[in-house]
Ligand binder design. Structure first.
Ligand SMILES: Nc1ncnc2c1ncn2[C@@H]1O[C@H](COP(=O)(O)OP(=O)(O)OP(=O)(O)O)[C@@H](O)[C@H]1O
Ligand SMILES: [Mg+2]
Length: 272
């Protein structure tokens, strides 16, 4: 029987889809059967992240409306054995997804996978509520370490809380250790304390993540710090207890301190 996670955020663009795909791939590489469901109806992205954009014929809405079978809609990811995608519809609206039908789809998928990750749309509107009402086991909230993202994560948590689900896990994404040390960026631990949510992962801001995205490939296939952090996060999901690196909370080296550049203020230009 599988464990089903909804991956959500308050604010958009914090890295939900990227982390969902890479977490799912990391667990599949360890030998699990893993399904990613793209529930971001109308703004799908998992097909591109998993390099399946030319293979999508049927989607979640087709499946919910009985226009295709499970086998027709679910696609295997070529590059990662054991990883599968149920894509979102590209030209549809969240309201087209009936929560009861979604629940039935989830129930019928559970026997076939060890993990199911549902990539939710950003925000606290119908798209998220549809997923929460479908009966997921646990939620993962993704936030970046800035006030606006944290505030909106709090709002998303309130929506989850009102549905009486377990306390969500927290992944803090795009941490810059130098900025935590010197520019007032919150550390992952601080975000976790502010939101009072258990920390599952802290992922650094890493240019390799964007370079991988540009190539439509997974960043865990490249040697980088984000990969190390993501693999630790996947291991924690699989039940292993691993220490957190606490990016930015340790004293910087002398060289780093010598070469760190302070913000340089400029006078605003008022005549053009
Ligand atoms: N740790 C990271 N370091 C650098 N870039 C990152 C990191 N995480 C995500 N990104 C980049 O941030 C952008 C947004 O990521 P993504 O699409 O996964 O966010 P999202 O939360 O799913 O967005 P939406 O709310 O629109 O669905 C992408 O270009 C991605 O490559
Ligand atoms: Mg997304």
């Amino acid at each position: 029987m599988s464990k089903c996670y909804a991956v959500a955020s308050g604010k958009g663009g914090v890295g939900k889809s990227t982390l969902t795909a890479n977490l799912a791939a990391a667990l599949a590489l360890e030998g699990s059967r893993v399904l990613v469901i793209d529930a971001d109806i109308g703004l799908r992205s998992q097909d591109a992240i998993l390099s399946l954009e030319n293979r999508v014929v049927y989607d979640l809405i087709d499946l919910a409306e009985g226009d295709c079978t499970l086998d027709q809609a679910v696609l295997p990811v070529d590059s990662v054995r054991g990883l599968f995608l149920l894509p979102a519809a590209q030209f549809s609206r969240a309201r087209k997804l009936d929560p009861d039908r979604f629940r039935k789809i989830l129930d019928s998928l559970r026997q076939s996978y060890d993990y199911i990750f549902i990539d939710c749309p950003a925000g606290v509107e119908r798209g998220l509520r549809n997923v929460l009402n479908a009966g997921v086991d646990e939620e993962i909230l993704v936030a970046t370490p800035d006030d606006i993202s944290v505030r909106s994560a709090e709002r998303a948590f309130q929506v989850m809380d009102s549905k009486k689900l377990n306390r969500p896990w927290l992944i803090v994404n795009r941490i810059n250790a130098d900025w935590v040390r010197s520019a007032g960026m919150m550390s992952a631990r601080t975000v976790s304390q502010v939101l009072d949510l258990p920390l599952l992962g802290e992922i650094p801001d890493d240019p390799v993540v964007l370079r991988a995205a540009l190539k439509h490939s997974l960043f865990i296939t490249y040697d980088c710090e984000a990969r190390n952090a993501l693999m630790r996060t996947a291991s924690r999901l699989a039940g292993r207890s691993l220490p957190f690196p606490c990016y930015g909370e340790k004293k910087p080296s002398l060289l780093r301190r010598l070469f760190s550049r302070p913000l340089k203020e400029v006078t605003p230009i008022d005549d053009h």
